[in-house]
Structure formats: structure tokens, C-alpha cells
Write a protein that binds this ligand. Structure first.
Ligand SMILES: [Zn+2]
Length: 287
């Protein structure tokens, strides 16, 4: 039974959709027998129109980091506060967390799993069966660093494309529809009235990240090739051009066939990441 839930926006301060949607949801959303908290996760970064101040807040929630009092900076401190309010992680008073994000890549509605258990598979399947343009990704890590990992049950919604620090109606409405769909699922789940799910669900499971081409000094010497620009969740084959260097040369993909996403994502530039690589797998939904 899900009794206490939190909807979180602005975990990344320059992803405006979630922040403004929180205000609207506060007025309009209700789920029978569920208490909902609405939380602006990183107000300092939101006011500064930055992803973060000192450290990406959505990387601060590993158990060892939450327990480490030597970690300094605003987000490490904020993570501990959020863990107090919503958690503590591992024994949280919040049963379910929705974390609202956006991407600068045109990925539509992307639901991010960090647990592929029957509950979460049924949830993503439920949403995918009811909304258009939904993809499901899975980041399988033993002790995840995401904010939503505070609660045992959770969902990260990533909608794109939108520039950072911008509100777009299409992205706003897709995010809103996804939250309402998840709310409907929770009400049915609590009432033991969930419809029969699909037999299986298609999931993109991350396995690697590609970095922008750099010289020995770590300076960027090229850009994402137009061949792969905007090809989120489409296949990438060995031998395709992936980077164009400023000296005119092209760099070709030399890895195993995969699916790419977050292609040329603005938020990845601080780490010089160019795109993420995943395998498409089919997971049976066992109930
Ligand atoms: Zn984000």
C-alpha cells in the first residue's frame, strides 16, 4: 500500500518543467488515501538557473555519501536534508517518489527504472500502454545515487526535447499526463484493481557512455556528428560516423551495435559526455 508519496521537481535547477508543474499539481492532483508532498529539490540552483551549485544533486544519494559528513558543498548538505524529510533511505517514511526531469534531447517521455522488479515493470507498462512516445530505460546499479532511490518505490520522468531554463507547453503537458497516469496506477495498485499487464516490456539497459573527442590536454577537438544528432533510442551500427573533428576528420563508431540516447545532451557537457549507449532487452512481467 502506498500511503505517502512525494513529487519532486527542480532536482536539476535549470529543468523548469518540473518546478512549475509542481504548483499546478498541488492545486489539481489527488489520489484517494494517499498523502502527497510537493518538493522543490534544489531551490538554490533553480534561482541561479543552473543544473547544480557544487555537485549534481541527483548523484548524491548513495548510502555511503549520505552517511559521509566529510562531503562538503550545498548539494551534499541538501541531500542529507532531503533524506531526513523523505527517508531515510532504506527505511523511508515516503513510500513512493516521482522525480521530474527534462532533457535537451528529443526523447519524448522516458521513464527511468533503477529497479526492474514486478511493481516497477507493471508501472512502466501501464504508462506505456496509455501514452504515446514512451520509452523505458534501466540503470542497474547496486546502491543508486538518484534522489528517488530514497524511497523503495519510485519513478523518474525525463521528457524532451527542451532547452535548459525554458518552459515548453508540449514538454510540460507530456510530463503532466505522465504524472496523472502514474497517479491512476497508484490508486489502482492500492485498491488491488490493476488491470492485467502485458507479457513483457521493452527496456533500454545502459551499458556505456561515449565522450566528446579530446586532445591530450582534455580540450574538446570536435562535436557530435550530424549523422547521429536527434537519433535518440535508434540503433547505432559499427562504422557509422559519430564525431566530426574541427580539422575536418570524422570519427567512426567502433563498438558493438547498440541504441543511443541523450545524444548531445546539454547537461552532459560538464563531463564532456556525448551520448549514452544501451542494449534493447525484453523483460517478462511476472505477477
Ligand atoms: Zn535532470
Amino acid at each position: 500500500m502506498i500511503k505517502k508519496m512525494a513529487i519532486v521537481g527542480g532536482t536539476h535547477g535549470n529543468e523548469f518543467t518540473g518546478v512549475y508543474l509542481l504548483e499546478k499539481l498541488k492545486q489539481e492532483l489527488s489520489i484517494e488515501q494517499v498523502e502527497i508532498d510537493y518538493l522543490l529539490a534544489n531551490p538554490k540552483a533553480f534561482n541561479a538557473v543552473k543544473r547544480y551549485i557544487d555537485r549534481d544533486l541527483n548523484r548524491c544519494f548513495k548510502l555511503e555519501d549520505l552517511a559521509n559528513t566529510d562531503l562538503i558543498g550545498y548539494e551534499n548538505q541538501r541531500a542529507k536534508e532531503l533524506n531526513q524529510w523523505l527517508g531515510p533511505k532504506g527505511n523511508a517514511k515516503t513510500d513512493f517518489i516521482i522525480d521530474l526531469h527534462t532533457s535537451t534531447a528529443p526523447m519524448g517521455i522516458n521513464l527511468v527504472l533503477i529497479k526492474a522488479d514486478p511493481f516497477h515493470l507493471r508501472l512502466v507498462d501501464y504508462v506505456q500502454q496509455r501514452l504515446d512516445d514512451v520509452t523505458i530505460t534501466w540503470e542497474d546499479l547496486p546502491d543508486h545515487h538518484f534522489l528517488m532511490s530514497i524511497a523503495d518505490k519510485h519513478m523518474l520522468i525525463e521528457v524532451g526535447a527542451t532547452p535548459q531554463g525554458v518552459l515548453r507547453q508540449d514538454v510540460f503537458e507530456k510530463t503532466e499526463a505522465t504524472v496523472h497516469c502514474i497517479a491512476e496506477f497508484i490508486e489502482l495498485y492500492n485498491g488491488n484493481k490493476l488491470p492485467k499487464p502485458s507479457d513483457s516490456v521493452e527496456v533500454y539497459k545502459y551499458f556505456d557512455v561515449a565522450y566528446l573527442p579530446q586532445n591530450k590536454q582534455g580540450e574538446t577537438i570536435g562535436m557530435v556528428h550530424k549523422n547521429i544528432q536527434d537519433r535518440d533510442f535508434l540503433p547505432l551500427k559499427k562504422g557509422e560516423p559519430i564525431f566530426k573533428l574541427f580539422n575536418g576528420k570524422q570519427i567512426y563508431y567502433n563498438g558493438e551495435d547498440c541504441y543511443i540516447s541523450f545524444i548531445n545532451e546539454a547537461a552532459y557537457y560538464d563531463e564532456k559526455k556525448a551520448f549514452s549507449m544501451s542494449k534493447k532487452i525484453l523483460i517478462d512481467i511476472k505477477i
